[in-house]
Design a protein around this ligand. Structure first.
Ligand code: G6P
Length: 612
């Protein structure tokens, strides 16, 4: 989704802004632009398409020199991706103000109509241009500084925003503001930055401040001042980035996605190990005390995308181990469905980025209804992490590829920890079983490492099947949930249509789509369901499907109709989704490579979805 970077200091801002924009590419975007103070005033260069196109335009503009500017990658919401709709947007008839914006201004139409009555002429279809003109309107002719005007302006906005604003009135200053959209301020020596995430500042500084909702910051080379809604100065704690730059680089891999797939053993190990001490699962610091876990009546898991798929696996494991009712719900549905929540409920919000707008809103709703909320989040100090009642961090490290892999695997591990601790607290597991589960969880990274050995096989299968127009994933129970994630991976990055189906449900409609040569990936990791899934495999094979079976070493069913069998290393059934996804991430990856897709930055998708 949209990205913001801004720099003010003593050196040329343009290369810094460009580097920042490149590091934000992973969030997903369709156009990019910058605004900077140069010898010609406030210059804007922007374009539809990739950042290389922007670089080209900046070269054509003579590589202007500037020590202060703002940049943006846009993911279109209001108005198609085009040069005109790209950010930054200029405010006022003479373009003295420039604005970059992430989020959606919901009352933009009303404001636009009012501003048009005052003679403002709009160049774009965006909601953002309204903010630029509004700031100009409120600023013009008044003896107040830009920050005061921005405070007034944001008071008139409905919706969500992270804003970077510059004005000709002070060519060293950037004003930043935020509501429901992340924004940080990077603190350097004689220079400071604004950014929508850490990757954009880390090459220059590791120190940063997190702007909170409704705050406005004035960022100058030598100082940063943050104001609250009332205009009072706020003292902000300085944070330090805990990972180093190499974590956000490809490290010799062709794509971030492949690197991140390979990093999964470490991601899971780093998530599990700190939580297991002397053979015990420790979650108390996340607010998940045994007392609380004992009294829970209902568990809601709320998430979007892959995080929801992790939640679906978690739901099955929790219900199986803990015998407590658990639902996994799409956050965007949860928030508008008048959900039944009580004070005895636990709400688990899962989010890699910790910034997903729907997940954040659903969590707030659950909190307001009195539920205890615990967040499974990867990005430290993200909005969901800060607002949840308790946090269980996944330590996957920065995830750059839009399609999540290691983030998802770490989420599964975190859910297993919660499931096991809950079962222990409720007396459903004894000390011996706790020791066994701890051993199993600690062995999971090695199981994933062994599962990764199928990399060459999956590459071969990808070259065989990359030309298929439709792929189906079949499975039951945990395998169905894993199939949902496998299917999402494939369609996200290779643009091949695919669907995951509960294996027994296929014949109630979707089987009509199976024809000669259709690829079906069947998952069978639960022994008691082997035979059932075999029947479903035969149903599709006899209608012409070519079947890849992903199963375990224990599988002894009839797989004679399958074109290929991938055997997973041995692991307890309840954790099998952590292994079965590995070959299928690789399959999706290599099919996307075969089809020459932009694996790390698939079209139309965003890594961090900060709008509804
Ligand atoms: C986007 C990403 C998905 C991700 C989902 C939820 O759609 O493309 O990969 O699963 O958001 O993101 P979150 O950060 O909340 O896990």
């Amino acid at each position: 989704m949209c990205g913001i970077v801004g720099f003010t200091g003593q050196v040329n801002a343009l290369p810094i802004l460009m580097k920042g924009l490149y590091s934000l590419e992973y969030r997903g975007y369709d156009s990019a632009g910058i605004a900077a103070f140069t010898g010609h005033g406030l210059e804007v260069v922007k374009t539809k398409g990739r950042i290389v196109n922007l670089e080209e335009k900046i070269r054509e503009a003579g590589n202007p020199y500037s020590t202060c500017g703002i940049g943006h990658t846009r993911w279109a919401t209001h108005g198609s991706p085009s040069d005109r709709n790209s950010h930054p947007h200029l405010g006022g008839p003479d373009g003295k103000v420039a604005v970059v914006h992430n989020g959606i201004i919901e009352n933009y139409l009303f404001l636009r109509q009012q501003l048009e009555k005052h003679g403002y002429v709009f160049q774009s279809e965006t909601d953002t241009e309204t903010v630029a003109h509004l700031i100009d309107y409120l600023h013009t002719g008044r003896q107040e500084d830009l920050a005061q005007t921005v405070l007034k302006a944001v008071g008139l906005l409905r919706g969500s925003y992270a804003l970077g604003v510059v004005s000709m009135a002070d060519q060293q200053e950037i004003v930043a503001a935020r509501r429901d959209n992340p924004l940080i301020i990077g603190l350097g020596e004689g220079e400071n930055m604004i950014a929508s995430d850490i990757t954009a500042i880390i090459s220059r500084t590791r120190k940063y401040i997190i702007l909170d909702d409704n705050e406005v910051a004035v960022v100058r080379p030598d100082r940063v001042t943050v104001y609250n809604q009332l205009g009072d100065v706020v003292d902000k704690p300085v944070q330090e980035v805990s990972w180093d730059l190499s974590a956000a680089e490809k490290g010799g891999y062709a794509h971030f996605m492949l690197k991140e797939i390979m990093e999964q053993p470490r991601a899971v190990s780093d998530t599990v190990r700190p939580r297991i001490q002397d053979g015990h699962i420790m979650l108390e610091d996340s607010g998940l005390t045994d007392e609380r876990l004992r009294s829970i009546e209902h568990i809601h898991i709320i998430a979007c995308g892959s995080a929801l798929h992790a939640g679906m696996v978690g739901r099955a494991v929790i219900e199986d181990l803990c015998r407590v009712r658990c639902e996994a719900t799409v956050a965007s549905e949860f928030r508008y469905s008048n959900p039944i929540i009580s004070e005895k409920d636990l709400c688990i919000v899962i989010s890699q980025s910790g910034e997903t707008a729907d997940s954040l809103a659903a969590m707030r709703q659950a909190q307001a209804a009195g539920a205890f909320t615990v967040a499974i989040v990867n990005v430290v100090s993200s909005s969901i992490a800060r607002e949840a009642d308790g946090v269980l961090y996944t330590w996957a490290g920065p995830e750059i590829a839009v399609a999540t892999t290691k983030g998802y695997s770490a989420q599964l591990a975190a859910l297993y920890l919660i499931a096991a601790r809950t079962a222990l607290a409720r007396g459903l597991l004894g000390a011996d079983q706790e020791a066994e589960i701890c051993r199993d969880l600690l062995a999971l990274p090695e199981g994933i490492r062994q599962a990764l050995d199928c990399v060459k096989t999956m590459q071969c299968l990808a070259s065989l099947y990359s030309n298929r127009s439709s792929v189906f994933y079949l499975g039951r129970g945990l395998d169905y949930a894993a199939g949902m994630e496998a299917s999402l991976k494939l369609k996200e990055i290779s643009y091949v249509h695919s669907e995951a189906y509960a294996a027994g449900e296929l014949k109630h409609g979707t089987i009509s789509l199976i024809e000669e040569g259709t690829l079906v990936v069947a998952l069978a990791t639960q022994e008691r369901l082997f035979e059932k899934t075999v029947s479903n495999i035969r149903e599709v094979a006899s209608r012409g499907a070519e079947v890849i079976l992903v199963t375990t070493d224990e599988f002894d069913g009839d797989a004679s109709v399958c074109k290929s069998i991938i055997r997973l290393p041995t692991c307890p059934e309840r954790f099998s989704a952590s292994l079965s996804i590995i070959p299928l991430q690789l399959l999706a990856y290599y099919i996307a490579v075969e089809r020459s897709c932009d694996v790390d930055k698939p079209r139309n998708l965003a890594k961090s979805v900060t709008v509804e």
